[in-house]
Design a protein. Structure first.
Length: 214
């Protein structure tokens, strides 16, 4: 008899959820009122030994949706120039298509059935993603609608730090304050922090895989 194919380790680790680190840059704090301006996502990968590493970042700039508001103070923090000729922003639907396509490819590679958003204050990022999904009536959102992994909690647990920059430094990683508040940089560092915490836990506990049949 032929043996059943072995599922990739990632599919076993988080009950068929693929962790995907996401950071959004926005025109304010209200996901229903303020514009979504940038999205970056980094699927997490697992090697044959069960160790996690950040995958390739998928990113896009986003055109403000019709009727949205942008707080000038938010642009001061992010440094985003809405009118920059080389910004190459996509409408929300196209931006979501771009990000979701890359996430689904990573899910298939990992043998996972759904993605789970990882973020620093993750419900902020998920709220803006969900709001954009609802505005454009997107039918193929790969992310769980409300569950997340939050590196605020994980950083507090592992290093006693809840601020992203401090948690990253406590994990022995580098931090460039001049590059912060950009979606790609923050995603990169959040992904590194997530992997550092998970790999540190594995060092202490050994492999943590889902029970058979779950």
């Amino acid at each position: 008899m032929n043996a059943e194919p072995v599922r990739p380790l990632m599919a076993e680790r988080f009950r068929c959820f693929l962790p995907v680190v996401v950071d959004v840059e926005t025109g304010g704090f209200d996901c229903g009122r303020h514009a979504l301006l940038e999205i970056a996502a980094a699927p997490i990968e697992m090697d044959e030994g069960g160790w996690l590493t950040p995958g390739e970042i998928i990113t896009t700039h986003v055109e403000p949706f019709a009727g949205s508001e942008i707080d000038p103070k938010s642009l001061e923090i992010t440094g985003i120039d809405i009118g920059h000729p080389f910004r190459d922003a996509k409408p929300e639907r196209a931006a979501l298509d771009h990000i979701f396509h890359g996430v689904r490819l990573a899910m298939r590679k990992a043998g996972c059935q759904r993605a789970i958003l990882v973020g620093h204050n993750a419900h902020f990022d998920l709220g803006f993603i969900n709001a954009a999904v609802n505005r454009v009536q997107h039918k193929r959102n790969p992310f769980h609608p409300f569950s997340v992994f939050d590196t605020v909690t994980l950083g507090g647990l592992a290093y006693g730090q809840t601020v992203l920059s401090r948690a990253v430094l406590a994990a022995g990683l580098s931090w460039d304050a001049t590059a912060a508040h950009g979606a790609v940089y923050d995603t990169e560092r959040t992904a590194q922090l997530f992997c550092a915490v998970m790999n540190r836990w594995r060092e202490f506990s050994g492999p943590m895989l889902a029970a058979p049949g779950e």
